[in-house]
Design a binder for this molecule. Sequence first.
Ligand code: 48F
Length: 255
Amino acid sequence: MEEKITKTIVQGYFKKLIDNLHVDVAIAGAGPSGLVAAYDLAKAGKKVAIFERKLAPGGGTWGGGMLFNEVVVMEDSLDILRDLSISYKDAGDGYVSIDSVEFASGLTFKAVQAGAVIFNSVSVTDIVFRQNTVSGVVILWTTVERLGMHVDPLVITAKAVLDGTGHPSEIVNLAVKKAGIRIDTETGDIMGEKPMWVESGEASTVENTKRLCPGLYASGMAANNVSGGFRMGPIFGGMLMSGRKIAKIILKDLQ
Ligand code: 48F
């Protein structure tokens, strides 16, 4: 029995890994925007792999606001919640409230059920940059990254790479700083997130969601950081709509 269990885990994991060495879309970060994008892309028949640094996917959703585990969404993104079968309570004035544990687990479950594969505890540490196009991600176990061990990474090639890493926009940062890519922002560089202004941040998260250079896209707070949007705190409709918007853009580009 001991051998059977171990063999089943090892075979199952390595089958998943080998099946995903080349994907249509590689997503860095399993936050709300990355998970919605993964769900839509997988549902549309694309091969999608998400690489998430932490053990638990869900990004900044679990803790609600200041560890009070409720999140707020405006009614303009209710269609996405319904689509994902995530329940919500009317909070009046056009807002709804969601149990953040249901939110995080629902987004994760739906993305995986749609066919996206999540590799958790795996960090994206670099990009593949070929012929002026972002063509994949370089991955490493988070434990190896955190311990600073001198171990070479592995590579996943992809037709499109989505930066869903949240506030630090780590993948776009690599593209700009390491590959010297001029990205599609006012300055051609990362403009940096502005302080809290909820209405503006919610709107600009969706506006700033776009392709930044051949092969590279950003969603959620990564998109906002890159294009200099305001932050918005524990309201998540913009993240959901950003994920949906970037999935549409990527699908169009892959056609
Ligand atoms: O930050 P995060 O939840 O991304 P998001 O979709 O949503 C932002 C909101 O949660 C919140 C907010 C809105 O109200 O302000 O912050 O933009 O999730 C980002 C995920 O990416 C992972 C990180 O662990 C988190 O789960 N991540 C970050 N860098 C890497 C990474 C990396 N280099 N490789 C893999 N995963």
